[in-house]
Design a protein around this ligand. Structure first.
Ligand SMILES: Nc1ncnc2c1ncn2[C@@H]1O[C@H](COP(=O)(O)OP(=O)(O)O)[C@@H](O)[C@H]1O
Ligand SMILES: [Mg+2]
Length: 232
């Protein structure tokens, strides 16, 4: 569904992504794992049209690199950004509706709102609460739910488990698995390598801007190099 080929991203003199290639088949969870500063966010932000890059990003065989974010969202790609980025003064429901800003089918939006609420019952209970008053885990769910409101075919999640307590990490990962089972393809960025590899069909490990290792989630879970560097 998505094929990134030889992607380079620069910030002035900083070469953040150095020729990354990766492929995401329809219906799979592909995870991108790496330490802080490895270039994970730069990679997905470029797919989302938020950074400039060189190389190619083929989505359904069409190069989308350099296209505006709105067009990319319209084509079916959504990003739940790192650090939650919800609007604290808007209610939970208003934050979710923002995720559907590219759409104008009222009935469809109402249906998807109910669907997102069914995935995240915690959000439904708090529909009228200001986003900023949610706990960290609930805000993360809100960020994922908001991305789902554009009805993406490809959902990109940038560190959804960052800073969450173990129980909530478990809950978020079980929701991610459920989203895949409902037919959405997922690119999952994580530092929590164990949880990500456990649910991923395929994984890439990024170090200082380059892919250094790739394989199925199970393969990498049992790889001694990965165990030493990422699984503590
Ligand atoms: N807006 C920016 N301006 C300058 N440098 C940046 C910017 N965003 C990221 N970088 C740098 O690019 C590199 C990769 O960052 P990032 O993609 O955020 O990594 P990760 O998400 O894996 O932690 C880092 O060295 C980071 O400091
Ligand atoms: Mg990042």
């Amino acid at each position: 569904m998505l094929k990134i080929e030889n992607l380079h991203v620069y910030y002035g003199g900083i070469h953040a992504v150095k020729g990354v290639s990766l492929s995401i088949p329809k219906g799979h969870i592909v995870t991108l794992i790496g330490a802080n500063g490895a270039g994970k966010s730069s990679t997905v932000r470029t797919v989302a049209g938020l950074e400039r890059g060189k190389g190619s990003i083929l989505y359904k065989d069409k190069n989308i690199l350099g296209r505006p974010t709105e067009e990319i969202v319209r084509n079916g790609i959504a990003l739940s950004p790192e650090g939650r980025r919800i609007l604290p003064h808007l209610s939970v429901e208003e934050n979710l509706r923002l995720g559907a800003y590219i759409r104008n089918d009222k009935a469809g939006i109402a249906e998807d709102l109910e669907w997102v609420f069914s995935l995240f019952p915690r959000l439904k209970e708090r529909a009228w609460q200001a986003g900023g008053t949610l706990s960290g885990g609930e805000q993360q769910m809100l960020a994922v739910g908001r991305a789902m409101m554009s009805r993406p075919e490809l959902l990109m999640l940038d560190e959804p488990s960052l800073g969450l307590a173990p129980l909530l990490v478990k809950e978020i990962f079980s929701i991610i698995t459920k989203i895949r089972s409902l037919g959405t393809t997922i690119l999952l960025i994580e530092q929590n390598a164990f949880a990500a590899l456990s649910i991923a069909n395929y994984a890439y490990i990024l170090e200082t801007g380059s892919v250094v290792l790739e394989g199925s989630g199970q393969e990498l879970l049992h790889n001694p190099q990965v165990k030493a560097a990422y699984l503590g």
